[in-house]
Design a protein around this ligand. Structure first.
Ligand code: BES
Ligand code: MN
Ligand code: ZN
Length: 504
């Protein structure tokens, strides 16, 4: 769908639907006032009768408003004026989008970006309007023989800016919003595909397709034989139980000078996690098709970075494999040698994410990265600690952690830091190898990061545990595309900081 920004009066819009905000209790937004005046108090009449209180989530569709050029007006509740939070704004935009979709309107002009959100400027409101609209209208229907809905989708949304002078900012914010929304949709599509379709080979093909779409992206796919030569005994130990060949997918986006150190993104790509010999219980095991959401977020973020032509170099590294039990599978107690030379006692084959990430992280060293960020659906413990609202963040470099936390706040795709103290390293000591792959019941998210920390000593590193944020369960089961917004925001922030540096 297409997003356009422009400025102009609501009564003059020749469109299927004009979207107008209403504050609680029953107070019109500035564009609502304009429309009301043009129509001789038509809107205030409705409000006075109590048809719409103005609470967040409420809507009212009106037809045939006098002295206007639009077919309908959709009034959307915006809550108390001046008290609106980031999340309420997104919810208002999403409600408008779903209601527009239900009306069957093919295009609309929305005045919701004029709504004041605490501490947020017009750029932020436009970008979030684009992202929240796309998020609300996303459907995954490629595997249904009949589509759930026969309605034609909303094709075009015009975002009406309060002032003409907002146009340049509005346009660039809309462009960012679309690039991020496209990256999010790519990540969602990949993750929603089942394990029998989205295999390691499929991920490699999709990475190759992404590189085909962008001249700035190159891709290389390493096979099991290549990984064996590199000494990736840890990664390969996870793939041993599976008939699907493992892949190490390496992408390079070049948007800056050759000598500029790249930002490396390493994404866990377990296309199905049964637990291996340490088999998981059956309940909700289908959701372990989402265990490649880290990988999907790397591809989604690279897509957004390339669309925005960010002046950065970025490397994506995706270790991709299934984790299945079989006669050849790795067994509890087996000891494997990682590419770094460190040996690992595999106490639990279900702690496989760290086993593939450690070799991918060692591999990332060869790019002499400025920073390395890994993204993984790594621990159930993170879901217990933070739920679905924040990704877990740990790392070895405070400024990097700080920048990522800030990018999370700006994008609305938040993370929360957990401590990576030396004391926790005790829990992964082994009697038989350099370390073991699990640290017991306590602080599971932290001990998983402790394990990774042993492979990231040579660079600045952060780890995002997205086990709770990458997908939703229950009636809304499906991938969220997180943390593509956070990562893209971090990259945008890095680009502008660079731009400022160049000017200085
Ligand atoms: N992919 C899972 C983590 C996970 C579990 C994410 C549930 C989302 C929901 C990971 O590979 C795993 O199985 N981790 C184990 C580690 C344990 C054996 C130390 C876990 O969290 O139970
Ligand atoms: Mn597992
Ligand atoms: Zn896993």
């Amino acid at each position: 769908m297409e997003f356009i920004v422009k400025s102009g009066n609501p009564e003059k819009q020749r469109t299927a639907c004009v979207v107008i905000g209403v504050f609680a209790p029953r107070r019109l937004s500035p564009s609502g006032e304009e429309l009301d005046q043009a129509s001789d108090g038509y809107l205030t009449n409705f409000l006075r009768r109590g048809d719409l209180e103005g609470k967040v989530g409420q809507t009212l569709l009106l037809h045939n408003i006098p002295n206007t050029l639009c077919d309908r007006v959709l009034l959307v509740g915006c809550g108390k004026e001046r008290e609106l939070t980031d999340n309420q704004y997104r919810k208002i935009v999403a409600t408008a989008a779903t209601t527009l979709h239900e009306t069957g309107a093919l295009e609309a002009v929305s005045y919701l970006v004029e709504i004041h959100v605490k501490g947020r400027d017009i750029r932020w409101r436009v970008r979030q309007a684009v992202e929240a609209t796309r998020d609300a209208l996303y459907r995954f229907e490629e595997l249904k023989s009949k589509k759930d809905e026969t309605r034609p989708p909303l094709r075009k949304l015009v975002l009406a800016l309060p002032q003409r002078s907002d146009l340049p900012d509005g346009e660039s914010a809309a462009r960012e919003g679309v690039a991020i929304a496209d990256g999010v949709a790519l990540a969602k599509d990949l993750a929603n595909r089942p394990g029998n379709i989205c295999t390691p080979t499929h991920l490699a093909e999709q990475a190759t397709a992404l590189a085909k779409r962008h001249r700035s992206i190159k891709v290389e796919v390493l096979e099991a034989a290549d990984m064996k030569k590199l000494g990736m005994g840890s990664l390969l130990s996870v793939a041993r139980g599976s008939a699907e060949p493992a892949k190490l997918i390496v992408l390079q986006y070049k948007g800056a000078k050759k000598k500029d150190k790249p930002i490396a993104l390493v994404g866990k790509g377990v296309t199905f996690d049964s637990g291996g010999i340490s088999l998981k219980p059956g309940a909700a095991m289908d959701e372990m098709k989402f265990d490649m959401c880290g990988a999907a977020s790397v591809l989604g973020t690279l897509s957004a970075a390339a669309d925005l032509k960010l002046p950065l170099n970025i490397v994506g590294v995706i270790p991709a494999t299934e984790n299945l039990p079989s006669g050849t599978a790795t067994k509890p107690g087996d000891i494997v040698t990682s590419m770094s030379g460190q040996t690992i006692e595999v106490i639990n084959t279900d702690a496989e994410g760290r086993l593939i990430l450690c070799d991918a992280l060692t591999y990332a060293e060869r790019f002499d990265p400025d920073v390395v960020i890994d993204i993984a659906t790594l621990t159930g413990a993170c879901v217990v600690a933070l739920g679905a609202h924040a990704s877990g963040l740990l790392g070895n470099h405070a400024p990097l952690a700080h920048q990522l936390l800030n990018a999370g706040k700006t994008s609305g795709d938040r993370a929360w830091e957990l401590p990576l103290w030396e004391e926790y390293q005790e829990q992964i000591k082994s009697n038989f190898a350099d370390m073991q792959n699990v640290g017991g019941r306590e602080a599971g998210t932290i001990t998983a990061a402790c394990f990774l920390a042993r492979f990231t000593k040579k660079f600045h590193w952060a780890h995002l545990d997205i086990a709770g944020t990458a997908w939703l369960s229950g009636a809304k089961k499906g991938a969220t595309g997180r943390p593509v917004p956070l990562l893209t925001q971090y990259l945008i922030d890095r680009s502008t900081e660079k731009g400022r540096g160049a000017q200085a």
